[in-house]
Design a protein around this ligand. Structure first.
Ligand SMILES: Cc1cc2nc3c(=O)[nH]c(=O)nc-3n(C[C@H](O)[C@H](O)[C@H](O)COP(=O)(O)OP(=O)(O)OC[C@H]3O[C@@H](n4cnc5c(N)ncnc54)[C@H](O)[C@@H]3O)c2cc1C
Length: 294
């Protein structure tokens, strides 16, 4: 059914809620509609339609939900927010989403904080029966990519974890910097956990440490940033200066997603200061300090 619709609005119920770290809550959902859903990219985005914690979800239609949502009175319509599919288990109709717990000011964070088994949520999610071109993700490394720069914060850590599981075989060097609210939020498994340069921000404004980390990178494409931004003396917390120089035989690709102001700075540094082409850089503002974002 609906093979021409890339996304459908499906109803999910909460199966389980677990705290992964001081700032992360994982919620496992199960599909209530019996419809097929999937995930195409490691940073596959979905839209959540959030009611007040503990109240019934909106009943928006399966296909033309966006138009229906737009027509609702902005003063009382439900909040809509973007999240990443962390895991899908189609055989069990299950889905995991890792929510940053940043308090109860934002409707999404508040919803996750209060979520209990059985709570319902409508999610616009890739249709498992769609036969067209996959969409809704930005991870598009060039063929033969050999050097990767991954930069993010707690909101893009779910995507970065998924990206680590799909690193192309041609990649010979990776610089990965992730700013998190505090030590203990380094939620990652296996080799990835030790290869990431974790940047706990504590009281620093979001993005401060991530921007500075541009100076830690050993990628030759970024060498002029050290001079331009006075980052010559930057030494990453895990002393990455001992890393061997990266092999420069194939193309470079950067994937960056974090707070919007930091992303703007990094995008400018990569594209204007370093002259990297658009095809070599994917940058996304995942949230904006001091204002809601949907
Ligand atoms: C493609 C995409 C994928 C995303 N994937 C994820 C994901 O998997 N997990 C995840 O947790 N987030 C993810 N985000 C980020 C998430 O959508 C935003 O953080 C969103 O603002 C949260 O909504 P809210 O209702 O909790 O807060 P909002 O109502 O949007 O904002 C309320 C206040 O909270 C502040 N705020 C928002 N987010 C944060 C934060 N992380 N830390 C501190 N303050 C914050 C805002 O500045 C604002 O002042 C993703 C965003 C995009 C665009």
């Amino acid at each position: 059914m609906a093979t021409d619709k890339p996304y459908l609005l499906m109803t999910f119920s909460v199966l389980k809620r677990e705290r992964l770290s001081p700032s992360f809550l994982r919620i496992t959902f199960v599909n209530e509609d019996g419809l097929s859903f999937t995930s195409w990219g490691p940073d596959q985005r979905v839209k959540l339609y959030l009611s007040e914690p503990g109240t019934a979800p909106p009943r928006l239609p399966l296909t033309e939900w966006n138009a229906a949502w737009q027509k609702l009175d902005p003063g009382c319509r439900t909040a809509r927010r973007s999240y990443t599919i962390k895991n899908v288990r189609p055989d069990k109709a299950e889905l995991d989403i890792d929510f940053v717990d940043h308090g109860v000011e934002g409707p999404a964070s508040a919803w996750a904080f209060h979520a209990r088994p059985g709570d319902l949520l409508q999610i616009a999610i890739p249709n498992g029966n769609y036969i067209g071109q996959p969409m809704g993700y930005e991870w598009r490394p060039p063929e033969g990519v050999s050097r990767l720069l991954l930069m993010g914060d707690e909101t893009s850590l779910p995507a970065i974890s998924n990206i680590w599981e799909r690193i192309p075989e041609t990649v010979t060097s990776i610089d990965c910097f992730v700013e998190v609210p505090r030590a203990g939020d380094d939620v990652a498994a296996g080799e990835m956990a030790s290869r990431i340069t974790w940047l706990p921000r504590y009281e620093d404004p979001p993005g401060t440490k991530l921007k500075k980390a541009l100076g830690y990178s050993q990628m030759p494409e970024l060498s002029q940033l050290k001079r331009l931004h006075g980052l010559e003396k930057s030494v990453a917390p895990n002393e990455r200066m001992w890393d061997p120089a990266p092999d420069t035989s194939g193309p470079f690709y950067a994937w960056v997603a974090a707070e919007g102001g930091a992303v703007k700075f990094i995008r400018h540094a990569l594209m204007k200061d370093c002259g990297l082409p658009k095809s070599a850089v994917s940058t996304m503002g995942y949230w904006y300090l001091g204002r809601p974002f949907h």
